[in-house]
Design a protein. Structure first.
Length: 240
C-alpha cells in the first residue's frame, strides 16, 4: 500500500530523513522506533501527505503522491486517521462533537456512527463532557474514535501512548488490536517504548539520525482485558 524509494526530506539546513526505502502491505501493523530527533514524526507527516519528499518517491495505493492532483490528495487524506501524543482534541467541543468533526468537515452527519465509535472505545457515557473533564487515557480513547470516523485505510499513531500510564497504554493497545481484527486497517505506531511496540507490532522500523537502520520482525501479543485487581498486580510486579 505504501512504498518509499530513496526518500529524503530536508528542512533548510536540517536533513530530517535520508534515503529511506521500504514497503508496507495493507493491513500490516508497523512500529517505528528511534531516539528523539531521528525523523519518526517527519516520516509520519510524509505518510499522512501533509508534506512531500524532497527527493525520492512515495507511492500510495499504486500512485506516486507527487503526481496526484489536489483533489486526489484530499481524497487520499480522508482515508488516513491520525492520533497524537497530545490528543489534539478541541477544548470547546464536547466528546461527541469532537468525534463528529471529521465527518462534519466533509458535510456528513451520522450521529449513530459517532455513538457506535464512542461505545467501541468505552466512552459513550462521557459523550457530553468536554476534553478538560477527561483523564489522559479517556482523551486518547476519544481521539482514537475520532481517527476512525471516516473508516480509514491507514491509522498513524505518533507517540499515542507516551503520555499514558501502563493501564491506559494497554487499553489503547487492546483497542488498536480490536480495530485491526475488525477492519483491514494498516497501522503505523511510532513510539520510544519498546515494551509497547513489542505488544502490538508485527514489524519494526528502526531509525537513527534520519536513516532507517533496519527492520526487525516481531511476534505481537494479543492483550486480553485483565481482571486481576490492581493491588494484586502491583504486589506481583514489585515482588519480582
Ligand atoms: N518543520 C521543521 N522544520 C525544520 N526542521 C524540522 C522540522 N520538523 C522536523 N525538523 C527536524 O528534523 C529532525 C527530525 O525531527 P522529527 O520530529 O521527525 O524527530 P522525531 O524522531 O519525531 O523526534 P521525537 O522523538 O523527539 O518526537 C530534527 O532534527 C528536527 O529538528
Ligand atoms: Mg516525534
Amino acid at each position: 500500500m505504501y512504498t518509499l524509494e530513496h526518500v529524503s526530506k530536508v528542512y533548510e539546513e536540517t536533513i530530517a530523513l535520508q534515503d529511506i526505502s521500504f514497503s508496507v502491505q495493507q493491513g500490516e501493523i508497523v512500529g517505528v522506533v528511534g531516539k528523539s530527533g531521528s525523523g519518526k514524526s517527519t516520516l509520519l507527516r510524509l505518510l499522512n501527505l501533509l508534506e512531500t519528499p524532497t527527493e525520492g518517491r512515495l507511492v500510495l495505493a499504486d500512485k506516486d503522491v507527487t503526481q496526484l492532483s489536489k483533489k486526489e490528495i484530499q481524497q487520499q487524506k480522508q482515508k488516513i486517521g491520525m492520533v497524537f501524543q497530545q490528543y489534539n482534541l478541541l477544548n470547546n467541543l464536547t466528546v461527541k462533537e469532537n468525534v463528529a468533526l471529521p465527518l462534519k468537515l466533509i458535510g456528513v452527519k451520522d450521529e449513530e456512527k459517532v455513538l457506535e465509535l464512542l461505545s467501541f472505545v468505552g466512552m459513550a457515557h462521557k459523550k457530553d463532557s468536554y476534553p478538560a473533564q477527561l483523564s489522559g487515557g479517556e482523551k486518547q480513547r476519544v481521539a482514537l474514535a475520532r481517527a476512525l470516523t471516516r473508516n480509514p485505510d491507514v491509522l498513524l499513531c505518533d507517540e499515542a501512548t507516551s503520555s499514558l500510564d501502563e493501564e491506559n497504554t494497554d487499553d489503547v493497545i487492546r483497542l488498536l488490536q480490536q480495530i485491526h481484527q475488525e477492519f483491514p486497517v494498516t497501522i503505523f505506531f511510532v513510539s520510544h517504548e519498546l515494551d509497547t511496540v513489542k505488544k502490538l507490532c508485527e514489524r519494526v522500523l528502526v531509525m537513527e539520525d534520519s536513516r532507517l537502520l533496519g527492520t526487525v520482525e516481531n511476534q505481537p501479543t494479543l492483550l486480553e482485558k485483565s481482571n486481576q485487581p490492581y493491588l494484586e498486580k502491583v504486589q506481583r510486579r514489585l515482588a519480582k
